[in-house]
Design a protein around this ligand. Sequence first.
Ligand code: URA
Length: 207
Amino acid sequence: MRCPDCPRTHPVIGPDGPSSSNILFVGERPGKEENSRGRPFIGQTGRECNEHYLPIAGLSRDNVRFTNSVKCYSVDDVGKDAFKKRLKSCSSFHLAREIEYQKPELIVPMGAVATSIIGCDLGMDHGTPINADWFGTTIKTFPMYHPASGLHDASAMIPLRNDFIALGQFLRGELVMPFDEYQTSFNTAAEEDPPITHILLSKTREA
Ligand code: URA
């Protein structure tokens, strides 16, 4: 299946990881290695996540799901406006269906592209749990910097590590949702929504 704006030049790379997981990490788009091997986050950035960042939050690749905002590789040759159009077409087609199927309790959009889907300001809001509207459904969301940022710029590793430390605190119930204290413009939580205290890793563990 392809979205209406798909260039149809490269494979559509779907999610990776158990659909029973309660957590969905959303990146930008597949890289070269992902494109040739058909799975998201299996190149250098994915290895960094598996070996370095996920363990900081007390997570392992086996119990979370990874996907991308844009599902195919061939988007770097288009201009900014064309990319925005493609992001909208692709994400509202594929990502919306993936979320509907998995029903994650928490979404972790990583980087400016994934966080732009919910209209949040990455610089202001990274490392903070919010409620955000994902294609018409309000879902707990933890925006953070993209894990590739630390590959290109060593100083970017510090805020990135801090985001994963904060994510771990949130998962253990040590951070409260900010809507208890203030309401951000994109925070769609109703006043009466209960504050979340912890996220179970897998839906099967709820039983
Ligand atoms: N690999 C992916 O699949 N997505 C990214 O955003 C980066 C690397």
